[in-house]
Design a protein around this ligand. Structure first.
Ligand code: PMP
Length: 455
């Protein structure tokens, strides 16, 4: 299963690790940690590091890499566009051919009220743009007090100041404040954790809390609500089917806009182009990134519904852009990436391989350390529990190390849910290897905990 048999381990692999330690700041890595995995090569779902060790990529990097690593078509799309025109500004009246073709393609794929696209360099920038557009929409219509943003606990929206403010995880606020003001976090529905709802049905609890919050802040002060259609980083939690349609209806009745953050879910991960279709909800904004280019180019796309477009583009237009908005090479790569997703039927593959993995991994619910296994398409969360009967979470320091230690399968601990989100091109054999590795590690972990009080 060699990748490119000719590539030997790098002669200076150890030196690279040392230089990494002295020169790089990594997100979420304590400074005194010496471990590094220096990736040098990829093909499909396989990766190789500088020391020549091979891995199976069961997270698609950070939940992207939809079409797999090393795709010749994307290399050619980038090279072809760079040879013609690598980049030009999208500010004012300037444009470029691939950005127009891509915007047209995205609106063709998106649910009907989406009418125009605003390009960014990633997810958090697109979240910020959506928040800015939502406030501007109300401001220009004369409702200048509509500044509040409703977000959700456990939601993740990136680490720009707007994105971090909307993110509902305390670690992204502590030490960084003051955060963007006028943000209120609501409870998301997590049926596996009934203790969060004091005996009430989770959806009813959430809807009641939303109604009470609107009353408390005053609808006339609220601009927008933002949420992930399916909680991603927080552990792959798909809400009950009536949650989003009812939230949407309630918001609309109060003139409050809705942003769906589909940075993880868009472009096939759930078996659909957008999770909004799956959940039967039509928002005012859809935030996307990651799978748009499968990670071959850093890019995000904010899709905006017609009624908002009309307001934010009038007068002097939408103020503010990013240097790389509508990057010609990025857009050319995205177009080819979408073509591959379609040509190779990768949306259907996400469902098929996801179901196969889900079926295997659900058996782990029998282990005394596994609370719940959740799967939507090719995104899977294996929630670990102190006591599966009550769902009490396992303290983070008790979670076993990444499965990569075993069998070279990379998954993500986050912190008490194992996240699995491989490229959509993963083969059945590879999926079985992932299931084997996770099963082996968690079975061993359960045995160790049973046999020793401090294990
Ligand atoms: N929103 C969601 C739902 C995400 O999962 C992420 C990234 N994991 C982001 C926003 C931020 O995207 P980026 O890191 O590209 O800024």
């Amino acid at each position: 299963t060699a990748l490119h048999a000719k590539t030997a381990p790098l002669a200076d692999a150890d030196l690279l690790v040392k230089r990494d330690q002295s020169r790089l700041i990594h997100p979420h890595l304590p400074g005194d940690t010496t471990d590094r995995i220096v990736m040098v090569e990829g093909s499909g779902c396989r990766l190789r590091d500088a020391h020549g060790r091979e891995y199976l990529d069961a997270t698609g990097g950070l939940m992207l890499a939809h079409v797999g690593h090393g795709r010749r078509e994307l290399i050619e799309a980038a090279a072809g566009q760079m040879a013609k025109l690598e980049y030009y500004s999208s500010f004012h009246e300037f444009s470029n051919e691939p950005s127009i073709r891509l915007a047209d393609r995205l609106i063709g794929l998106a649910p009907p009220p989406m009418e125009r696209v605003y390009f960014t360099s990633g997810g958090a920038e697109a979240v910020d743009a959506a928040l800015r557009m939502a406030r501007l929409y109300h401001h220009r219509r004369g409702e200048r007090d509509r500044t509040w943003v409703l977000a959700r606990s456990l939601g993740y929206h990136g680490v720009s100041y707007g994105g971090a403010a909307a993110t509902g995880m305390p670690m992204f606020h502590q030490g960084f404040g003051p955060m963007l003001p006028h943000v209120r976090h609501l409870t998301p529905p997590m049926p596996f954790h009934p203790e969060m709802y004091g005996g009430e049905d989770p959806t009813e609890f959430c809807l009641r809390e939303l109604r009470e919050t609107i009353e408390d802040i005053g609808a006339e002060n609220i601009a927008v609500m933002i949420g992930e259609p399916i909680l991603g980083v927080a552990g792959v939690v798909e809400p009950p089917g009536d949650y989003w349609p009812r939230v949407r209806e309630l918001l609309a009745s109060h003139g409050i806009l809705l942003i769906l953050d589909e940075v993880i879910t868009a472009y096939g991960r759930t078996g659909h182009w957008f999770a909004a279709e799956r959940l039967g909800v039509t928002p005012d904004f859809i935030v996307t990134a990651k799978g748009l280019t499968s990670g071959y180019f850093p890019m995000g796309a904010l899709l905006v519904a017609g009624q908002v477009v009309d307001v934010v583009t009038r007068d002097e237009g939408f103020v503010g852009g990013y240097t790389y908005s509508g990057h010609a090479t990025g857009c050319a790569v995205a177009l080819e990436n979408l073509a591959i997703l379609e040509r190779e039927n990768l949306l259907a593959a996400a469902t098929r391989v996801g179901d196969r993995l889900g079926e295997r991994l659900r058996r782990l619910e029998e282990l005394p350390v596994v609370g719940q296994v959740r799967q939507t398409g090719l995104m899977i969360g294996v929630e670990l529990a102190q006591d599966p009967a009550t769902g009490e979470p396992l303290p983070a320091d008790r979670v076993p190390p990444l499965v990569r230690e075993r069998a070279g399968v990379i998954v993500r601990n986050n912190p008490n849910t194992v996240l699995i989100s491989p490229p959509l091109v993963m083969s059945d054999d590879e999926a079985d290897r992932v299931a084997d590795a996770v099963t082996e590690v968690l079975t061993e972990f359960a045995t160790r905990r049973r046999s020793g009080p401090s294990a």
